[in-house]
Design a protein around this ligand. Structure first.
Ligand code: UGY
Ligand code: MN
Length: 294
Protein backbone atom coordinates (compact mmCIF):
# COMPACT_ATOMS: atom_id res chain seq x y z
CA UNK A 1 0.00 0.00 0.00
CA UNK A 2 2.68 2.57 0.92
CA UNK A 3 4.53 1.76 -2.33
CA UNK A 4 1.40 2.65 -4.39
CA UNK A 5 1.18 5.88 -2.47
CA UNK A 6 4.85 6.70 -3.24
CA UNK A 7 4.29 5.77 -6.92
CA UNK A 8 1.32 8.15 -7.24
CA UNK A 9 3.27 10.90 -5.52
CA UNK A 10 6.24 10.48 -7.90
CA UNK A 11 3.87 10.42 -10.90
CA UNK A 12 2.27 13.67 -9.75
CA UNK A 13 5.66 15.33 -9.30
CA UNK A 14 6.78 14.07 -12.73
CA UNK A 15 3.70 15.61 -14.40
CA UNK A 16 4.32 18.85 -12.55
CA UNK A 17 7.98 18.93 -13.69
CA UNK A 18 6.94 18.38 -17.32
CA UNK A 19 4.36 21.11 -17.13
CA UNK A 20 6.85 23.59 -15.62
CA UNK A 21 9.85 23.17 -17.93
CA UNK A 22 9.01 20.69 -20.62
CA UNK A 23 7.22 20.72 -23.93
CA UNK A 24 3.88 21.26 -22.23
CA UNK A 25 4.96 24.32 -20.31
CA UNK A 26 2.62 26.73 -22.15
CA UNK A 27 -0.53 26.83 -19.99
CA UNK A 28 -3.66 26.06 -21.95
CA UNK A 29 -5.98 29.05 -22.19
CA UNK A 30 -8.92 26.70 -21.66
CA UNK A 31 -7.61 25.22 -18.44
CA UNK A 32 -6.59 28.63 -17.08
CA UNK A 33 -10.01 30.08 -17.80
CA UNK A 34 -11.93 27.15 -16.47
CA UNK A 35 -9.91 27.41 -13.27
CA UNK A 36 -10.57 31.11 -12.74
CA UNK A 37 -14.08 31.63 -14.13
CA UNK A 38 -17.40 29.83 -13.53
CA UNK A 39 -18.88 27.62 -16.26
CA UNK A 40 -20.31 29.64 -19.22
CA UNK A 41 -18.86 32.88 -17.81
CA UNK A 42 -17.77 33.97 -21.29
CA UNK A 43 -21.26 33.48 -22.73
CA UNK A 44 -22.67 35.79 -20.07
CA UNK A 45 -19.79 38.28 -20.43
CA UNK A 46 -18.95 38.27 -24.16
CA UNK A 47 -15.53 39.66 -25.00
CA UNK A 48 -15.01 42.81 -27.00
CA UNK A 49 -11.34 42.00 -27.49
CA UNK A 50 -10.71 41.17 -31.12
CA UNK A 51 -7.61 39.12 -30.28
CA UNK A 52 -9.98 36.55 -28.77
CA UNK A 53 -11.84 35.84 -32.03
CA UNK A 54 -10.02 33.05 -33.87
CA UNK A 55 -9.42 34.03 -37.49
CA UNK A 56 -11.20 37.38 -37.25
CA UNK A 57 -9.65 40.61 -38.51
CA UNK A 58 -11.07 44.01 -39.42
CA UNK A 59 -8.53 44.20 -42.26
CA UNK A 60 -9.88 44.35 -45.80
CA UNK A 61 -8.07 44.51 -49.11
CA UNK A 62 -10.05 45.77 -52.10
CA UNK A 63 -9.26 46.98 -55.60
CA UNK A 64 -9.00 50.65 -54.65
CA UNK A 65 -8.51 50.73 -50.89
CA UNK A 66 -7.31 48.68 -47.94
CA UNK A 67 -7.82 48.84 -44.20
CA UNK A 68 -4.98 47.15 -42.37
CA UNK A 69 -5.73 46.84 -38.66
CA UNK A 70 -2.97 46.03 -36.13
CA UNK A 71 -3.86 42.34 -35.57
CA UNK A 72 -2.81 41.65 -39.16
CA UNK A 73 0.46 43.59 -39.22
CA UNK A 74 3.30 41.20 -40.03
CA UNK A 75 6.84 42.21 -39.08
CA UNK A 76 10.08 40.85 -40.49
CA UNK A 77 13.70 42.09 -40.43
CA UNK A 78 14.11 45.21 -42.57
CA UNK A 79 16.68 44.71 -45.34
CA UNK A 80 19.89 46.73 -44.69
CA UNK A 81 18.72 47.81 -41.21
CA UNK A 82 20.29 46.52 -38.00
CA UNK A 83 18.11 45.17 -35.15
CA UNK A 84 14.96 46.51 -36.75
CA UNK A 85 11.80 44.80 -37.89
CA UNK A 86 9.33 46.36 -40.26
CA UNK A 87 5.80 45.85 -41.54
CA UNK A 88 5.18 47.15 -45.07
CA UNK A 89 1.52 48.17 -44.97
CA UNK A 90 1.20 49.97 -48.30
CA UNK A 91 3.35 49.18 -51.33
CA UNK A 92 3.25 49.41 -55.15
CA UNK A 93 1.85 45.86 -55.30
CA UNK A 94 -1.44 47.51 -54.27
CA UNK A 95 -1.14 50.19 -56.93
CA UNK A 96 0.45 52.95 -54.82
CA UNK A 97 3.46 54.95 -56.00
CA UNK A 98 4.85 54.98 -52.43
CA UNK A 99 5.59 52.62 -49.59
CA UNK A 100 4.36 53.12 -46.05
CA UNK A 101 5.80 50.96 -43.30
CA UNK A 102 6.12 50.77 -39.55
CA UNK A 103 9.64 50.17 -38.27
CA UNK A 104 10.27 48.84 -34.76
CA UNK A 105 13.80 49.71 -33.69
CA UNK A 106 15.32 47.70 -30.87
CA UNK A 107 18.43 48.20 -28.73
CA UNK A 108 21.47 49.30 -30.77
CA UNK A 109 19.54 49.53 -34.00
CA UNK A 110 20.45 51.46 -37.12
CA UNK A 111 18.70 52.26 -40.38
CA UNK A 112 19.67 51.40 -43.93
CA UNK A 113 19.39 53.93 -46.74
CA UNK A 114 16.45 54.21 -49.16
CA UNK A 115 16.98 53.08 -52.76
CA UNK A 116 18.59 55.47 -55.28
CA UNK A 117 16.47 58.57 -56.05
CA UNK A 118 14.00 57.69 -53.31
CA UNK A 119 12.98 60.31 -50.74
CA UNK A 120 12.06 59.37 -47.15
CA UNK A 121 9.77 60.81 -44.47
CA UNK A 122 9.90 59.51 -40.89
CA UNK A 123 7.55 60.25 -37.96
CA UNK A 124 8.15 58.96 -34.42
CA UNK A 125 5.15 57.17 -32.89
CA UNK A 126 6.85 55.69 -29.79
CA UNK A 127 10.23 56.13 -28.09
CA UNK A 128 12.99 58.28 -29.53
CA UNK A 129 15.68 58.00 -32.20
CA UNK A 130 18.82 59.87 -33.15
CA UNK A 131 18.88 61.10 -36.72
CA UNK A 132 22.27 62.04 -38.22
CA UNK A 133 22.06 64.01 -41.47
CA UNK A 134 25.73 65.02 -41.86
CA UNK A 135 28.95 64.31 -39.97
CA UNK A 136 28.48 65.96 -36.56
CA UNK A 137 24.87 67.02 -37.29
CA UNK A 138 22.45 64.92 -35.24
CA UNK A 139 18.94 65.44 -33.89
CA UNK A 140 17.03 63.59 -31.20
CA UNK A 141 13.54 62.85 -32.51
CA UNK A 142 10.91 62.13 -29.88
CA UNK A 143 7.24 61.14 -30.26
CA UNK A 144 5.52 63.57 -32.67
CA UNK A 145 8.84 64.65 -34.24
CA UNK A 146 9.51 64.00 -37.89
CA UNK A 147 12.11 64.41 -40.61
CA UNK A 148 12.22 64.61 -44.39
CA UNK A 149 15.27 63.25 -46.19
CA UNK A 150 15.61 64.22 -49.87
CA UNK A 151 16.60 61.54 -52.39
CA UNK A 152 20.21 60.31 -52.20
CA UNK A 153 20.94 62.13 -48.93
CA UNK A 154 23.23 60.23 -46.57
CA UNK A 155 21.67 59.82 -43.14
CA UNK A 156 21.24 57.32 -40.35
CA UNK A 157 18.55 56.68 -37.77
CA UNK A 158 19.81 55.07 -34.58
CA UNK A 159 18.15 53.90 -31.39
CA UNK A 160 19.69 52.60 -28.17
CA UNK A 161 16.45 51.46 -26.49
CA UNK A 162 13.23 51.00 -28.47
CA UNK A 163 11.20 53.11 -30.88
CA UNK A 164 8.42 52.80 -33.43
CA UNK A 165 8.43 55.05 -36.47
CA UNK A 166 6.18 55.30 -39.49
CA UNK A 167 8.03 55.76 -42.77
CA UNK A 168 6.92 56.89 -46.22
CA UNK A 169 9.20 56.51 -49.23
CA UNK A 170 8.64 57.38 -52.85
CA UNK A 171 10.75 57.77 -55.99
CA UNK A 172 11.18 61.55 -56.18
CA UNK A 173 9.48 63.30 -59.11
CA UNK A 174 11.94 66.10 -59.97
CA UNK A 175 11.01 69.53 -61.35
CA UNK A 176 13.61 71.77 -63.06
CA UNK A 177 15.06 74.41 -60.67
CA UNK A 178 13.43 73.00 -57.55
CA UNK A 179 15.45 71.14 -54.91
CA UNK A 180 13.92 69.75 -51.70
CA UNK A 181 15.87 70.37 -48.48
CA UNK A 182 16.22 68.04 -45.50
CA UNK A 183 13.93 68.98 -42.64
CA UNK A 184 13.54 68.13 -38.95
CA UNK A 185 10.59 69.40 -36.92
CA UNK A 186 7.59 68.42 -34.77
CA UNK A 187 3.82 68.57 -35.21
CA UNK A 188 3.22 70.95 -32.30
CA UNK A 189 5.42 73.58 -33.98
CA UNK A 190 3.28 73.67 -37.13
CA UNK A 191 0.60 76.35 -37.46
CA UNK A 192 -3.07 75.57 -37.91
CA UNK A 193 -4.14 76.15 -41.51
CA UNK A 194 -7.38 77.38 -43.00
CA UNK A 195 -9.82 74.65 -44.02
CA UNK A 196 -12.60 76.50 -45.84
CA UNK A 197 -15.91 74.65 -45.55
CA UNK A 198 -14.48 72.06 -43.14
CA UNK A 199 -14.38 71.82 -39.33
CA UNK A 200 -11.34 69.64 -38.71
CA UNK A 201 -7.99 71.19 -37.73
CA UNK A 202 -5.20 70.86 -40.26
CA UNK A 203 -1.41 71.05 -40.04
CA UNK A 204 0.99 70.30 -42.89
CA UNK A 205 4.34 68.85 -41.92
CA UNK A 206 6.24 69.78 -45.11
CA UNK A 207 6.55 73.09 -46.96
CA UNK A 208 3.90 73.58 -49.64
CA UNK A 209 6.53 74.74 -52.19
CA UNK A 210 6.93 72.99 -55.55
CA UNK A 211 10.17 71.26 -54.54
CA UNK A 212 8.10 68.76 -52.50
CA UNK A 213 6.06 66.20 -54.43
CA UNK A 214 4.02 65.07 -51.40
CA UNK A 215 2.90 66.40 -48.07
CA UNK A 216 1.94 64.84 -44.75
CA UNK A 217 -1.24 66.24 -43.21
CA UNK A 218 -2.09 66.01 -39.53
CA UNK A 219 -5.88 66.20 -39.15
CA UNK A 220 -7.72 66.64 -35.83
CA UNK A 221 -11.45 66.01 -35.30
CA UNK A 222 -13.48 66.44 -32.12
CA UNK A 223 -15.98 63.60 -31.45
CA UNK A 224 -18.99 64.16 -33.69
CA UNK A 225 -17.06 66.14 -36.32
CA UNK A 226 -16.82 64.79 -39.83
CA UNK A 227 -15.51 65.62 -43.30
CA UNK A 228 -17.93 67.92 -45.07
CA UNK A 229 -16.70 67.00 -48.55
CA UNK A 230 -17.36 63.42 -49.59
CA UNK A 231 -13.98 63.41 -51.31
CA UNK A 232 -13.11 61.90 -54.68
CA UNK A 233 -9.73 63.05 -56.05
CA UNK A 234 -6.73 62.01 -58.13
CA UNK A 235 -4.34 62.01 -55.16
CA UNK A 236 -3.30 58.87 -53.28
CA UNK A 237 -3.38 58.55 -49.48
CA UNK A 238 -1.62 56.51 -46.82
CA UNK A 239 -3.26 57.09 -43.43
CA UNK A 240 -2.25 56.18 -39.87
CA UNK A 241 -4.85 56.80 -37.17
CA UNK A 242 -2.84 58.21 -34.25
CA UNK A 243 -5.64 58.88 -31.73
CA UNK A 244 -9.35 58.22 -31.33
CA UNK A 245 -11.93 56.28 -33.29
CA UNK A 246 -14.72 56.72 -35.79
CA UNK A 247 -16.21 55.52 -39.05
CA UNK A 248 -14.30 55.66 -42.34
CA UNK A 249 -16.22 55.46 -45.57
CA UNK A 250 -14.20 53.86 -48.37
CA UNK A 251 -15.98 53.39 -51.72
CA UNK A 252 -19.39 51.85 -50.83
CA UNK A 253 -18.49 50.57 -47.37
CA UNK A 254 -18.30 52.08 -43.89
CA UNK A 255 -15.67 50.79 -41.46
CA UNK A 256 -15.26 51.30 -37.70
CA UNK A 257 -11.65 52.38 -37.21
CA UNK A 258 -9.43 53.20 -34.25
CA UNK A 259 -5.91 54.32 -33.35
CA UNK A 260 -3.31 52.02 -34.88
CA UNK A 261 -5.28 51.37 -38.08
CA UNK A 262 -3.71 52.04 -41.46
CA UNK A 263 -5.69 52.87 -44.63
CA UNK A 264 -4.61 52.84 -48.27
CA UNK A 265 -6.76 55.02 -50.56
CA UNK A 266 -6.17 54.76 -54.31
CA UNK A 267 -6.88 57.69 -56.64
CA UNK A 268 -10.59 58.49 -56.94
CA UNK A 269 -11.81 56.21 -54.18
CA UNK A 270 -14.75 57.94 -52.45
CA UNK A 271 -13.63 58.75 -48.88
CA UNK A 272 -15.26 60.28 -45.82
CA UNK A 273 -14.66 60.22 -42.07
CA UNK A 274 -16.69 60.88 -38.93
CA UNK A 275 -15.05 60.97 -35.48
CA UNK A 276 -17.04 59.15 -32.77
CA UNK A 277 -16.63 58.08 -29.18
CA UNK A 278 -15.41 60.20 -26.29
CA UNK A 279 -11.92 61.16 -27.43
CA UNK A 280 -10.73 63.33 -30.35
CA UNK A 281 -9.31 61.79 -33.51
CA UNK A 282 -5.91 62.63 -34.94
CA UNK A 283 -4.68 61.08 -38.16
CA UNK A 284 -1.57 61.40 -40.26
CA UNK A 285 -2.09 61.37 -44.00
CA UNK A 286 0.27 61.06 -46.99
CA UNK A 287 -0.95 63.00 -50.03
CA UNK A 288 0.89 63.48 -53.35
CA UNK A 289 0.82 67.13 -54.40
CA UNK A 290 2.43 69.70 -56.70
CA UNK A 291 2.77 67.42 -59.73
CA UNK A 292 0.52 67.10 -62.77
CA UNK A 293 -1.17 63.71 -63.02
CA UNK A 294 -0.03 63.64 -66.68
O1 UGY B 1 -6.72 66.48 -48.08
C1 UGY B 1 -7.33 65.43 -48.21
O2 UGY B 1 -7.43 64.87 -49.30
C2 UGY B 1 -7.97 64.81 -46.97
N1 UGY B 1 -8.99 65.68 -46.46
N2 UGY B 1 -8.49 63.48 -47.22
C3 UGY B 1 -8.92 62.66 -46.21
O3 UGY B 1 -8.92 63.06 -45.03
N3 UGY B 1 -9.33 61.43 -46.54
MN1 MN C 1 -8.49 63.00 -49.40
Amino acid sequence: MPSIFVFLLVLGLFKYALAEDGFCSAPSVLSLESESKPLYWKAANPTLNIQDFPGFTRSVYKRDYALISPESHVYSPLPDWINTSGAYLISPEMGSHFVMYLAKLKENSKSGLPLHDVERFIFVVQGSVMLTIAPGVSHILKVDSYAYLPPNSEHSIECDASATIVIFERRYAPLPNHVPEPLVNSTDKQPLLETPGEVFELRKLLPTSLAYDFNIHIMDFQPGEFLNVKEVHYNQHGLLLLEGQGIYRLADSWYPVQAGDVIWMAPFVPQWYAALGKTPTRYLLYKDVNRSPL
